[in-house]
Write a protein that binds this ligand. Structure first.
Ligand SMILES: Nc1ncnc2c1ncn2[C@@H]1O[C@H](COP(=O)(O)OP(=O)(O)O)[C@@H](O)[C@H]1O
Ligand SMILES: [Mg+2]
Length: 420
């Protein structure tokens, strides 16, 4: 057996800086990293003790590979990073006798319909919803739920295929787009639940996410994030951590979060829960049984609070006590620079002002220069071309800077030459 304790990673997150931070978190806690992944960027391979290339959609093969790795390494936990792998991570951790959650709970966390069904007995929490697969089912679901509504895939993430329905004429185009999108060739996340769709009443009001952990049945909230999404496709374009909601609202959100996480049976994982806030109370959107993306867990939480969120992902996976005491009380936010039109991304302009600002923290390019940008509904992953991260002791000063930066930093989009 190789020297020293190790953590098993099943794939990495999509963005390069989140990938790196996740690996560094395990190393900082003294673990070697062994990995099962479909692919790994070359520059990260030197950080791994062993890598097995495996298609994680093929659960049996992935579990067999994990079993073999466990004969060669002292694996202390299985860390979960991506939405698609939540169920596989639970099954591998369970198989190896490591901290895990029931696979049935992981499956509920992966499917927006199963999740809402499991919570539907909680008074007023879940928006009206229905499962649909066909045009007829969509029409009758909208009949009973009413308009406006939202139709979206049950198993996707990253705001892929969120369609608002405001009138009867919106149903057929939304369904046509979803049939085109909800296929593995469009996005591999659709290998799991395919073109299964959920219709929900459209809930108005501000939205927040809750970042936390559940550990041996104890739910611990690290903080709440304010969230902004685009109109009408709901791409997440800004997050600020922590929220400036008043203490009593935060306490109510924490209580609701505990109820949701325990009702679903999530355990030994990080979670990222999303909810709308309405005059009639919370309307639950969804919960992921893994840490938040969009640099919330990797950068915003640590920059604002000093809490090592990714370090705690490793701790929860390995059964170590969590360290969630804040060491700082700042605000951190990410603002995405959005492409205004499709075409070839040539470069970013107008960054100097933001970079000179004392609150400036990072600027990450989200898509390589030269990429042909497409906007929703043609693509849901390319409009956010850059991410600007800042922090400040003052919430308003921070959001002012993010607004200013969003108007001065401009993606220069050229024409795409179309072959004749
Ligand atoms: N029923 C709804 N009412 C209002 N907004 C919604 C509804 N469903 C989804 N949205 C918006 O779309 C975003 C993405 O939807 P969500 O269900 O969280 O899917 P994803 O897994 O892609 O994040 C939500 O954060 C919210 O802003
Ligand atoms: Mg979501």
């Amino acid at each position: 057996m190789a020297d020293g304790p190790a953590v098993l990673f099943v794939n990495l997150r999509r963005t390069r800086r989140e990938q790196l931070e996740s690996l560094l978190a395990a190393r900082r806690l003294g673990y070697g990293i062994v990995m099962l992944a479909a692919r790994v960027p070359d520059h990260l391979r030197p950080l791994l003790k062993e890598l097995v290339i495996v298609d994680s959609f093929d659960g049996d093969r992935a579990r067999a590979a994990a079993r073999t790795l466990a004969t060669r390494h002292d694996i202390r936990g299985v860390a979960s990073w991506t939405e698609s792998d939540v169920e596989l991570v639970a099954s591998i951790a369970d198989m190896l006798g490591l901290p895990s959650m029931p696979v049935a709970a992981a499956r509920k966390a992966r499917n927006k319909f199963a999740m809402k069904q499991a919570l539907s007995h909680i008074d007023g929490l879940v928006p009206r919803f229905a499962l649909v697969r066909t045009g007829d089912e969509l029409a009758s679901a909208v009949e009973s739920i009413g308009l406006p509504a939202v139709v979206k895939p049950t198993g996707a993430s990253g705001s892929t295929g969120i369609f608002e329905l405001h009138g009867p004429a919106d149903l057929a185009p939304a369904l046509a787009h979803l049939k085109r999108i909800a296929r593995p060739e469009f996005d591999s996340v659709f290998r799991y639940f395919g073109a299964e769709l959920i219709v929900e009443e459209l809930v108005a009001g501000p939205e927040v996410s809750v970042e936390g952990f559940v550990c041996g049945g104890r739910v611990l909230v690290a903080g709440i994030t304010d969230k902004w999404t685009t109109d009408p496709f709901h791409l997440e374009y800004q997050h600020v951590f922590p929220t400036r909601l008043p203490a009593e609202v935060r306490a109510a959100i924490d209580r609701m979060t505990g109820q949701v996480v325990l009702t679903l049976g999530l355990d030994n994982c990080a979670f990222h829960l999303e909810t709308k806030i309405t005059p009639d109370g919370f309307r639950f959107m969804e919960v992921g049984a893994r840490a938040a993306g969009d640099y919330i867990a990797s950068h915003l939480v640590p920059a604002a609070s000093g809490i090592d969120f990714y370090g705690n992902v490793i701790r929860v996976a390995t059964g170590q006590p969590l360290e969630l005491t804040p060491k700082e009380q700042l605000y951190a936010g990410v603002r995405y620079v959005l492409a205004g039109r499709p075409g070839r991304l040539e470069r970013l302009a107008g960054m100097e002002g933001a970079m000179e600002h004392p609150a400036f923290h990072h600027l990450f390019l989200e898509v390589p220069l030269g990429t042909e940008i497409k906007l929703p509904p043609d693509s849901f992953r390319l409009q956010r071309v850059a991410a600007l991260i800042a922090r400040d002791s003052d919430y308003q000063a921070l959001t002012d800077l993010l607004d200013e930066a969003a108007s001065s930093v401009r993606p220069l989009i050229g024409e795409v030459s179309v072959p004749v």
